[in-house]
Design a protein around this ligand. Sequence first.
Ligand code: G4P
Length: 530
Amino acid sequence: MSDFQKEIQRRRTFAIISHPDAGKTTMTEKLLLYGGALRLAGTVKSRKSKQHAVSDWMELEKQRGISVTSSVLQFEYKDCKINILDTPGHQDFSEDTYRTLMAADSAVMLIDAAKGVEEQTKKLFHVCRKRGIPIFTFINKMDRHGKEPLDILDELEKVLDIKSYPMNWPIGRGKEFRGIYERATSKIELFTGAGHGTTIVPTKVGDLSDPAIVETMSESVYELLKEDLELLDLAGDAFNMDLVSRGELTPVFFGSALTNFGVGAFLDSFIKMAPAPHEKESSVGVIQPNQSEFSGFVFKIQANMDPAHRDRIAFVRICSGVFHRGMTVKHVPSGKTIRLAQSKQFMAQDATTIDEAYPGDIIGIFDPGIFRIGDTLTEKSSFSYEAIPKFQPELFARVHLRDAMKRKQFVKGIEQLTNEGAAQRFRNPDIGLESPIIGAVGVLQFDVLEHRLTHEYGVDISLEHLPFTLARWAVGVNLTPRDLKSMDNMVVQDDDDNFVVLFRNEWAFNWEAERHKEVSYLEHPPTKGT
Ligand code: G4P
């Protein structure tokens, strides 16, 4: 195997999906701890409010010299190079998370044992399902009283429609939690609770023939374990790696991120089963990661943390070839050539520069103002990777500028923030971009837009909320806004000049769709050329 091939094979790029509070931050931190990137996990744990999490990470980055940003964490574990894609927790930003999932090769679904499958997890799970990526499940908080493990597996099947295979099984519950039983080896890892989650847990391993191990369990815990194991062997789904690879069977692990218990066992199995970067569909067919030409796509754009400089960073997932610092790449949509010498990278051990990066890695590059989410970068070819789906906006508002003198900053601010994916921008065909219409998925997106326009662009705006809840892209021959307009709707255009009709509700849409049989109303923008 060539060195290049080895670098690809040892990469594991994944995202953690969960409902807020299931323990994603804790788990991420513990994975870093096990990766040797962080010696005392407790140092990050001092945060009291979620707002501080970002600055904690930044501080951590400085202290440890590891690549920690709000977007990607990289560390070595055993022979693997692991990239964890971070995803924002708040549900109003789920669109951001969806895009990030497009850059992941697998997902870890974290479930709070007491709460089971929650709303946000469900949504994110469906995105992973659609992509067909492997999904690994970690049932967290086993140190506390929670639902019965068998009931959680049942929930996975009923709520998410996925088969599951428990790789290990909890011994005892809540206060009587004693450890985990690994099904493949029949080995037991005893829960000691030592270190209170700040260090890698010392494990005591044995099996059910070892009296010292059995002694740690009460009679009822022992009996329950034997009963559960028999039931799983008899009635549970069989393990099948092909189904795991297609995302149809999820390997399940039990543990407690807070006390580190089960994290090491999870990571060991995960690196064996999770896929290395593989081929990806493009407009010219499948692209293999080991092809020599560099290629990748932008999945996230983020304004620089420093408001004094309006630099923006585009996060690129490398799909093929090798990235070298200073290389020249082609921005496929514009055909422009960009030298990546000035690029800031977040992947190196020193967190600022990197000389090389491989498929599966994420690089952060300065955006000269031309990138949009989903754009493909190559060395010279002109192919594009599949588009990143946009969310269906459900809330709409017209944005008015308060001070006409600030028009230039206003247009620029709206343009940059919507390119970043903070919200979607539409314009009225008659008025243009003077008072754009913004589409959002959650109310918080409007707040963020308003706040950032004020603080980063010095522009005061007012929002006029519009009574629409549904957007459809209208496609037809020689369509004009007049063909689409009715008393009740609004016809706007997106940045690619497609006509978009905003409706009050599903009923209004159906009524008009019925009247305009010559028009196709699409849920997403038409791909170029249709
Ligand atoms: P999130 O990023 O998914 O939103 O969750 P986060 O890690 O912040 O964890 C949410 C809460 O759950 C935290 O408690 C955290 O300590 C707790 N937690 C995480 N993993 C476990 C576990 O395995 N067992 C138990 N018992 N608790 C766990 P908090 O009180 O909200 O915050 P903090 O004051 O501890 O930071």
